[in-house]
Design a protein around this ligand. Structure first.
Ligand SMILES: [Fe+2]
Ligand SMILES: [Fe+2]
Length: 282
């Protein structure tokens, strides 16, 4: 089985020419399964049209949500459309309409291989302790002139109608992923998350702003859930726009994001997508 994957395609920001390049590249690769590991587009219209275009490139299109895909707005919140509604209702509906499968909603088995996935969330376990930022700064997402935009746009209301903590969101999504893994009956599993499950996937830079943002990159307990299942042969993630390819026990852990076009350092869309779209034979 040929599996192709990338993440962080941000088509609402990167524009249709980048989607065209990605579609052309995916067609050339001709995968059996194409996986996009989150951050497709914030707006529902672009999200849907992107999936419809990508669905023409592979028999199965598997998707996990990214933080940008569950962003809400003050107007939407007024109507009760928080990030849970986007994750559990809007995105599954858009995926169904496009013929894609949202792994956050449940695992799938294709020709004897299981696929499980989750947006995941961050819980400050990837925080850089060398940075002397107070806990309050992480809670508010504001420090040294920097603002972590999820704290404004990703609002997860709890049963009492008040926003849940990031740790509580990470725990709910981790438990869901664990349940999805338990539900699979295959001997081999591919896991796709948006946020990072492993510490070595965090890029370290001696820049205070970078160090602050690293706190919002992922969740190490989510990595423990993935690592605890010996059937997982490949773990895909995104969220950081810097790639990595690691061996963790029996598992290969790959981050291969497309990222924002302003990050490409002069590269063309065709070259950027060729670099980002990874292909594995399973
Ligand atoms: Fe992203
Ligand atoms: Fe992201």
């Amino acid at each position: 089985m040929r599996v192709a994957f990338t993440s962080d395609i941000h088509i609402d920001l990167n524009g249709p020419a980048v989607l065209d390049a990605l579609v052309a590249r995916a067609r050339a690769v001709a995968p059996d399964v194409l996986i996009i590991s989150g951050d497709i587009a914030t707006g529902a219209t672009t999200y849907l049209s992107t999936l419809l275009a990508l669905k023409t490139t592979a028999p199965r299109l598997l998707v996990v949500a990214g933080n940008h895909d569950v962003w809400t707005s003050p107007e939407a919140l007024q109507k009760g459309l928080d990030s849970w509604v986007r994750l559990d209702k809007l995105l599954p509906a858009l995926c169904t309409e496009a013929g894609a499968e949202l792994l956050d909603a449940g695992p799938v088995e294709i020709d004897g291989i299981g696929f499980a996935g989750s947006l995941g969330w961050y819980d400050l376990t990837t925080r850089e302790h060398i940075l002397d930022a107070p806990m309050e700064a992480y809670r508010e997402g504001v420090w040294g002139g920097l603002r972590w935009t999820d704290h404004t746009y990703a609002i997860w209301n709890g049963p009492d109608g008040t926003p849940m903590s990031m740790e509580a969101v990470a725990e709910v999504l981790r438990e869901r992923l664990a349940a999805h893994l338990r539900a699979l009956t295959t001997r081999r599993i591919v896991v796709a998350t948006h946020t990072l499950p492993f510490l070595d996937q965090i890029h370290r830079k001696e820049h205070p702003g970078w160090r602050f943002v690293n706190a919002f990159m992922g969740s190490l307990p989510m990595g423990d859930v993935i690592r605890a299942d010996p059937r997982v042969v490949l773990a895909i993630a995104g969220h950081t726009h810097l790639g990595s390819d690691l061996r963790i026990g029996r598992m290969r852990a790959v981050v291969s994001p497309l990222g924002y076009n302003k990050e490409w350092k002069g590269s063309t869309p065709a070259a950027a997508v060729a670099n980002a779209l990874k292909v594995v034979e399973l």
